[in-house]
Design a protein around this ligand. Structure first.
Ligand code: IYR
Length: 234
């Protein structure tokens, strides 16, 4: 057991404590804003500003992660051919999922949403953000983007939790910026690493079509559980 690794330098934390009325107003405004987010399945084809997406990816990448490994890559896909390839591969998997992999209970749960194997939004959305989880790293710290040196594997920690949190930040940031998203999980997702040429240690985690809702876009009339059903005080 080696303990030769030096500690980080610890710096004073510049934390601003806010007056309670301000906290309350900010907490409410944030919850009210997030409550307006909806999953969108019909997009306009208008392009989205790449620098806005970059800021949103920066927000996502500020998420906490196990041992600060930051075990994620966000691939921003705007290329028409790549989007077409992703749609083709996703629909192939989804066709099989709807026909063979999902059981009756699952299909029944989805019936009210009216989803099916067809995924036109993978081409019409101007951008797809594909989030990859680094199951392990090829370098000891978060910084090297790694040569394809798969001789040595360095462990990452709590990667599902870390990348899940980063995705939450990303979806919130995109919504805050004025963009609509869909949380899409074609299954299995192995094709995304192949189409996008990601290294072996990166596993596709989530596919987010991003853009503006189509003019005739509709969303299902669903409600969030009231706080009394989701918060327990002890
Ligand atoms: N991944 C499939 C099926 C699907 C599953 C769930 I759970 C949803 O909430 C929505 C869809 C699809 O994208 O159609």
């Amino acid at each position: 057991m080696s303990h030769e690794v030096p500690r980080y330098r610890f710096l004073p934390f510049a934390f601003e404590r806010r007056p309670e009325p301000e906290m309350r107003a900010r907490a409410k405004a944030f919850a009210d804003e997030l409550a307006l987010r909806r999953s969108v399945r019909a997009f306009r084809s208008d392009p989205v500003p790449e620098d806005v997406l970059d800021h949103c990816v920066r927000a996502a990448s500020s998420a906490p992660s196990g041992a600060n490994r930051q075990p994620w890559t966000f691939v921003v896909v705007t290329d028409v051919e790549k989007k077409r390839a992703i749609r083709r591969a996703a629909e192939e998997e989804e066709r099989r999922s709807y026909a063979e992999r999902m059981n009756d209970e699952w299909l029944t749960a989805l019936e009210p949403l009216g989803t099916n194997w067809e995924k036109p939004f993978l081409e019409t959305a101007p951008a797809l953000i594909v989030v990859f989880r680094h199951a392990y790293s090829c370098a000891p710290g978060p910084w090297s983007t790694s040569s394809a040196d798969h001789e040595r594997r360095f462990q990452n920690y709590y990667t599902q939790e870390s990348v899940g949190i980063a995705c939450g930040f990303l979806i919130a940031a995109l919504h805050h910026a004025g963009l609509a998203t869909l949380t899409h999980t074609p299954s299995p997702m192995g094709f995304l690493g192949r189409v996008l040429g990601r290294p072996e240690n990166e596993k596709a985690f989530l596919l987010l079509p991003v853009g503006y809702p189509a003019e005739d876009c509709t969303v299902p009339d669903i409600a969030r559980k009231p706080i009394e059903l989701v918060r327990v005080r002890v």
